[in-house]
Design a protein around this ligand. Structure first.
Ligand SMILES: Nc1ncnc2c1ncn2[C@@H]1O[C@H](COP(=O)(O)OP(=O)(O)OP(=O)(O)O)[C@@H](O)[C@H]1O
Ligand SMILES: [Mg+2]
Length: 303
């Protein structure tokens, strides 16, 4: 398993900017000592099949770099019309930084705002307030047209149920984002084909989604999300319909391919075993951050 790319930053979360009171960092030395050993696989994972996820090295600097990182500040999201009829905000002032090349799991109870946060970060929803800075631009303030282009070029998406087009063979499902971006059919399918072997999908190129298992379909969805070499991949419960072993395989492929291409990952999940594959965890409760941490490991397992 290729190791994760080394970056000089780690994901951060918290209501304050670094250096301000209340800022929390993934690389809090109290949480991860310098020189921490490689993260081991959970005993629940069949480690002979699945190599251990690894943690990035601890970093010494925690200042976000808005030219490389995805930086969200003060996100507020109120659905429906404003005023007395509006309910409590789905997001009530959230700050998150997703470091370039690193992965963050978003966890929290049902209805806590995880999907809303993902959609706002990804430019699918325009927030009621706050900023989402991506490569120096405020996604929240872009025109609809610019956000559409951004989502196609810079961001990739994986959903709970693949959302593959049932009438297209797997190879064309993967090639589609490239073709929508103007790449010729022959070049797009050639580029798509290169992803099938690394994802363990060789020989399945011509199958339609209905002829694939759930895990295979999610790996096709991962290929589609990464084929255009996005800067960030957003995944909402990507393993929500899979059993534990298949979930682990899908997370292994997702994190490996993201690391290989240098993409950051934001993964919404209810499953601590899924979160273990990520560099850090952001916990959401009632639309607010409830803290971030490295994922707790079972007793006897060390990082
Ligand atoms: N389109 C919408 N219109 C109105 N309210 C919405 C809409 N989408 C979500 N909400 C509300 O916003 C809050 C957060 O919803 P969200 O879908 O972000 O939660 P979640 O953490 O993803 O939950 P789950 O784990 O069940 O998927 C909930 O109270 C939900 O009812
Ligand atoms: Mg959700």
């Amino acid at each position: 398993m290729p190791s994760r790319p080394e970056s000089d930053h780690g994901p951060m979360w918290g209501p304050a900017l670094p250096g301000e009171a209340g800022a929390m960092s993934y690389h809090d030395p109290a949480r991860i000592p310098a020189g921490a050993p490689e993260r081991r696989a959970s005993p629940t994972l069949p480690s002979p099949i699945l190599p251990s996820p690894t943690l990035p090295p601890p970093t010494t600097t925690s200042v976000p770099d808005p030219t490389r990182d995805l930086v969200a500040r003060g996100l507020v999201m109120t659905y429906g019309r404003s005023g007395a009829s509006a309910g409590p905000p789905a997001l009530g002032g959230v700050d998150v930084t997703v470091r370039a090349g690193e992965s963050v799991a978003v966890m929290g109870p049902s209805g806590s705002g995880k999907t809303t946060l993902l959609h706002v970060l990804a430019g699918i929803l325009r927030p009621t307030g706050g900023q989402v800075l991506w490569r120096g631009r405020d996604v929240a303030r872009m025109s609809d047209r610019d956000r559409t282009v951004l989502r196609r070029k810079d961001f990739g998406f994986v959903f709970q149920q693949g959302m593959l087009l049932p009438e297209l063979p797997a190879i064309e499902n993967v090639a589609l984002p490239l073709m929508l971006g103007g790449v010729s059919r022959s070049e797009a399918t050639a580029r798509a084909a290169t992803l099938f072997a690394p994802l363990g999908l060789s020989g399945l190129e011509k199958r339609r989604p209905g002829e694939l298992s759930g895990g295979q379909a999610q790996r096709v969805a991962i290929a589609r999300a990464l084929v255009a070499r996005p800067g960030v991949v957003f995944a909402d419960e990507p393993t929500g319909a899979l059993d534990q072993t298949t979930s682990a395989e899908v997370m292994q492929h997702l994190t490996q391919l993201a690391a290989h291409t240098g993409a950051s990952l934001v993964v919404v999940t209810h499953d601590e075993n899924v979160a273990r594959w990520c560099h850090g965890v952001v916990r959401v409760r009632d639309g607010r951050l409830a803290g971030g941490s490295t994922t707790p490991l079972p007793s006897g397992v060390t990082r």
